[in-house]
Design a protein around this ligand. Structure first.
Ligand code: HEM
Length: 547
């Protein structure tokens, strides 16, 4: 039998044959499709493997979708600041972090002093705090100095700067600190030393500076530092509010905004704690207004010099008194700025002293030398350092600066660029890029501080026994340029006064095996506090010299 031709045009081409033929062609094409799919798949796998193997940027693997997030998470599990420092030191001071596409984590991270000077001073106006920062902190900080840019910032900065440099303000700060240290801090320490009780020094110092900064901002003393170390609702609310706000920085913006809208989880806690802060502020503002109106009517005695009173006496750009909300923002921002920066710096300082006994000895020798210069010195009477004596403590100032170099209270800070630009190291910055400057890392860069950068050496700050300050773009613990910390001079005074008052009276010994780690927050707290034992000093050397 002659097989029919398979030619489509054949007159002998039956329907069956046609169906058979078509199905075979479909299968053929399907098989061909599979091969194409396989091929596409193979190419994708190849690209993915290729990208996994080779897509490393700045020494970090860049994962599809997730970007560098897995490395960051790894960093967060150990010590985040050390992780950033390792990457930056390997990359000569700058790298570009790529977060997942759905996050707001993309940024440039730098610890290069040339870039820091560029963003803090040379191109200051190009690098505001930015919308992202403001949105994240607005509920707690409102339009206060910390969260403001442009005219809103300038106005507060100018007024507060005049105030911070006035004699009245200096009097307020020295008197309030004297009172706090001698009537509250030292009795608490004395108690612990007498009863051989270990204390959390960080907690005690945080209470001290909180009370102190509230006296400066609001002109009231909340009384956090007292013998019972009791919980103060305003302090608790402030603490909760800052902690819940920090969580916004690691949560995608759309998620925390949705949580805020639905009043859920940490956002619910944040709303409640901000309410606590606001109630306290409103109460103080109301009372002060009443007090001031009485003062102008009946009494004309010495004016208060706290920030609240000063700003109440001023007018806004429309010649109107500032609103209560704005007054609240001003005070809350100052409390945030001055609340824990000095106390955490002191905490790291005492931890470092515990490991460097010779430094503690040199500080003590300096204190002895200064008090021996007094005309009348009696070792039996309680010793209160005068501002002039504190100023003379240059070795102590060097040791505190060295502690801040290694453990800056603000370990990383943030800006957002509003125009395309290029950093002095060649890094290209597109408008809207977030820039993180890693202050903690700067203290660990050999290029800045030399081979011994990781060692605690107060001597690097001294020349012929005199304290020599460093460029703010090399030592950025207090920021630099137009936004240099307003409280810098006061902070040094406060830290020196507290440190000298403690060191003169006690050996501060860190409890053996106490775990010391930084906590991830806006300020570099110790995660587990600092458990210490206090041992009273025997001033036999001083008695010998004074006799
Ligand atoms: C060791 C203690 C301190 C350190 C390390 C420190 C550090 C800093 C840093 C890094 C900034 C810049 C923050 C930023 O713009 O993001 C800053 C700003 C500021 N600090 Fe301090 N600070 C200390 C103590 C204080 C104290 C005690 C006060 C007030 C009583 C204070 C008041 C301020 C204010 C008002 C600003 C905002 C300045 C502005 O934006 O124009 N600081 N500080």
């Amino acid at each position: 039998m002659i097989k029919p031709s398979t030619n489509l045009t054949s007159p002998f081409f039956s329907d069956d044959l046609a169906v058979n033929f078509i199905s075979r062609r479909v299968v053929f094409f399907f098989l061909q499709d599979i091969q194409i799919l396989e091929l596409i798949l193979a190419i994708l796998v190849f690209i993915a493997i290729h990208s996994l193997r080779h897509k490393k940027r700045y020494g970090l693997p860049v994962w599809p979708v997730l970007g560098m997030l897995p490395s960051l998470v790894f960093g967060l599990r150990s010590n985040m600041y050390e992780w950033i420092s390792d990457v930056l030191c390997q990359q000569n001071g700058t790298f570009r972090f790529r977060g997942p596409w759905f996050s707001s984590l993309n940024c440039v991270v730098t610890a290069d002093p040339r870039n820091i000077e560029h963003l803090l001073k040379t191109r200051f106006t190009y690098f505001p705090k930015g919308q992202y920062f403001r949105d994240t902190l607005r509920d707690l900080l409102g339009d206060g100095i910390f969260n403001a840019d442009d005219e809103t910032w300038q106005r507060q900065r100018k007024t507060a700067s005049i105030e911070f440099h006035s004699a009245k303000f200096r009097k307020l700060t020295t008197e309030s600190l004297n009172e706090l240290v001698h009537s509250r801090l030292l009795p608490v320490l004395e108690n612990a030393a007498n009863d051989f009780i270990s204390i959390d020094l960080q907690d005690i110092l945080l209470r001290l500076t909180f009370d102190n900064v509230c006296m400066i901002a609001f002109g009231v003393d909340p009384g956090c530092l007292s013998l019972g170390l009791s919980q103060i609702p305003f302090a608790r609310a402030f603490e909760d509010a800052t902690q819940a706000t920090v969580l916004r920085f690691v949560t995608p913006t759309c998620i925390w905004k949705a949580m805020r809208y639905l009043d859920l989880g940490t956002e619910r806690k944040l709303r409640a704690s901000i309410k606590g802060v606001d109630e306290f502020a409103q109460q103080v503002i109301r009372t002060r207004k009443k007090e001031l109106s009485l003062q102008t009517e009946y009494i004309n005695n010495e004016q208060r010099s706290d920030l609240l009173t000063v700003f109440m006496g001023l007018k806004d750009e429309n010649e109107q008194p500032f609103s209560d909300k704005f007054l609240r923002d001003i005070c809350v921002n100052f409390i945030l700025a001055g609340r824990d920066t000095s106390s955490v710096a002191l905490t790291w300082f005492f931890w470092l002293l515990d490991q460097h006994e010779q430094v503690a000895e040199k500080i003590l020798a300096e204190i002895y030398k200064i008090i021996m210069e007094r005309e009348h010195f009696n070792p039996e009477t309680p010793l209160v350092f005068t501002p002039e004596e504190i100023k003379k403590m240059e070795y102590l100032q060097a040791a505190l600066s060295e502690a801040l170099r290694l453990y800056p209270s603000v370990p990383v800070d943030h800006k957002e660029i509003i125009e395309d630009d290029v950093f002095p190291d060649g890094t290209v910055l597109k408008k809207g890029t977030k820039v993180i400057y890693a202050i903690y890392t700067m203290g660990r860069m050999e290029a800045i501080w030399g081979k011994d950068c990781r060692e605690f050496k107060p001597e690097r700050w001294l020349k012929d026994g005199r304290f020599i300050s460093e460029s703010a773009y090399k030592f950025t613990a207090f920021n630099g340029g137009p936004r240099l910390c307003l409280g810098k001079d006061f902070a040094y005074y406060q830290m020196k006064f507290v440190a000298a008052s403690i060191i003169y009276r006690y050996h501060v010994e860190v409890v053996k095996d106490h775990p010391v780690l930084p906590k991830l927050a806006l300020t570099m707290y110790m995660k587990n506090g600092l458990k210490v034992n206090l041992r009273k000093r025997d001033h036999y050397k001083l008695h010998q010299t004074s006799n």
